[in-house]
Design a protein around this ligand. Structure first.
Ligand SMILES: Cc1cc2nc3c(=O)[nH]c(=O)nc-3n(C[C@H](O)[C@H](O)[C@H](O)COP(=O)(O)O)c2cc1C
Length: 205
């Protein structure tokens, strides 16, 4: 085996000072998810095990480690909203991750404004330049390769409506850089903003 490569079997431990996994799958976009409890209490929390999985129709998903308030709300209502977390909203996004009970609305805690959605009940974050209204398509409890249940739930939702601040659209093209999204790194305090952009076209078949 090459000395140049650090190798480990995950079941036996990484053998490093810090688990590199989340620092390798990084930067991760953040799913800043709003949901609503059956009692009507608004919930907002960030999830960086988050991504897009299809685009026609769009499907996005995030994974909850443990049964958190967002998961419970989304299971009961079948709806959630994804909000883009940006550099100007970094502190608010972080505040909304505070471990508070289901009776506390993180909209208030983080000091962001709920703005009514059109097709779903949970509101979007008014200050965020982009929001997706979502209806749940699947909730999947993850398992190991051997089929043992894990305490992780993957929530997938079809995006049924999209809000984009017009300032982010230039000549009909959404400007990713203008929105200044923030992304999650590996360590507990590690975040990224966008770096260099380059162009590369796909090979012709
Ligand atoms: C940037 C960031 C990303 C996070 N990603 C996740 C994640 O992917 N899965 C998860 O279970 N918790 C994640 N958390 C922690 C949750 O946000 C936190 O547990 C929160 O209190 C959950 O809120 P809820 O119970 O209202 O759903 C993350 C926190 C931060 C700050």
């Amino acid at each position: 085996m090459s000395d140049a490569m650090h190798f480990y079997e995950t079941a036996k431990g990484h053998g490093l000072a810090h688990d590199p996994f989340k620092a390798i799958i990084a930067p991760r976009p953040i799913g800043w998810v709003s949901s609503c409890s059956p009692e009507g209490i608004l919930n907002l929390a960030p999830y960086s095990f988050f991504n897009a999985f299809a685009d026609k129709p769009p499907v996005i998903g995030f994974s909850s480690l443990g049964r958190k308030d967002s998961l419970a709300n989304i299971e009961s209502s079948g709806e959630f909203v994804w909000n883009l977390s940006t550099w100007p909203l970094a502190q608010q996004m972080n505040q909304s991750s505070a471990p508070v009970g289901p009776q506390v609305s993180e909209f208030e805690l983080a000091g962001v404004t709920p703005a009514e959605s059109r097709l779903v009940k949970p509101p979007r974050v008014m200050e965020s330049p982009v929001a997706f209204e979502c209806k749940v398509s699947q909730i999947i409890q993850l398992t190991t390769a051997a089929g043992e249940a894990l305490p992780n739930w993957l929530v997938l939702g079809e995006v049924v409506a999209v809000h984009i601040a017009k300032a982010m659209i230039k000549d009909g093209v959404y400007d990713t850089v203008a929105a200044d999204p923030i992304m999650r790194g590996g360590g507990p305090a590690d975040y990224f903003r966008l770096g260099e952009r380059f162009a590369m076209t796909r090979p012709q078949g």
